[in-house]
Ligand binder design. Sequence first.
Ligand code: NAD
Length: 338
Amino acid sequence: MKDKTILITGGAGFIGSNFIPYFLESYNTVKVINLDKLTYAGELSNLKEISAHDNYTFVKGDICDRDLIESLFKTHDFDAVIHFAAESHVDNSIEKPDEFIKTNIIGTFNLLDVAKKQWMEGSHQFKEGCESKRFHHISTDEVYGTLGETGLFTEETSYAPNSPYSASKASSDFIVRSYFHTYGMNVVTTNCSNNYGPKQHNEKLIPTIIRKAISGEQIPIYGDGKNIRDWLYVLDHCKGIDLVFQKGVSGETYNIGGRNERDNLYIAHKICEILDELRPKEQSYKEQIAFVKDRPGHDFRYAIDASKIEDELGWKADENFETGIKKTIDWYLDKYNN
Ligand code: NAD
């Protein structure tokens, strides 16, 4: 991967801001341009460890701004795009879906279409020197809809998105797919399960549980707390993205998941037990858990069959939920104490 210049979108968000430092450390000749609109979810301080790195440039901007994308492609002659930027919070998509449709669908289309014009001569014909230029689309397992008590999502599972968020991500996945089939563009897509770890926005489940617990507030859990997600430590996701970016087969999709299914109540209990040890008080933090009205259309269970990326590319999660959550709690205790 010598001397490549890569456009990373949404790098100031949770996963992007874990990915960029990991990537720059892994490849010291790669240049990264991070394009981020800095919505409420983008946090530049999450990138302070690399803000002065010689191979890193930040550009504030919107992926829906076609002129900006074109001018960035002209200036930097990108070798690849790794596309994280999205509106990502399901609850917000229920309240206000508009931005999800714009950013997740129109924004992805813009990036792909500009990349195609820059890299392709015609259908299935690359411009000279552009043969290995790749578009890597980051997506979610939520596109597959919901599971019952059993079964796993594979790459062959039919899409059945249930929220405006997952529907917008499913749409973007299909646009990416169509640019492979119609134009022969070099694309890969990764569909990952729920991530957790440092730098996640306060609004998400695990930061909320930790924050509310230590501030003595009620810890809100939707419905009966039985909804199940397949939790993956964010750095394991970053390693999977890197592997697929380097070695994934063009046109293929890869599911990434840690085989760590846990329900929301288990997660809240586990975090409370760790806090009971680290910061004991008279009563267990579990006393603060309160069940609140369920999210409309709340998917019951997501779980990933990660055999393809494990068998074909040799990926394996390094953390399980119990090791990853300890690191995560340490990071948030540090953050919330400052
Ligand atoms: P995030 O919400 O934390 O970050 C999104 C980033 O994109 C923010 O920095 C935001 O400012 C930026 N952004 C939003 N709209 C933009 C626009 N129009 N132009 C430019 N930048 C814009 O999200 P995340 O959790 O880091 O997720 C990153 C990607 O991974 C998303 O595509 C998401 O669908 C996918 N994903 C997330 C998870 C998860 O558990 N968090 C799991 C699977 C897949």
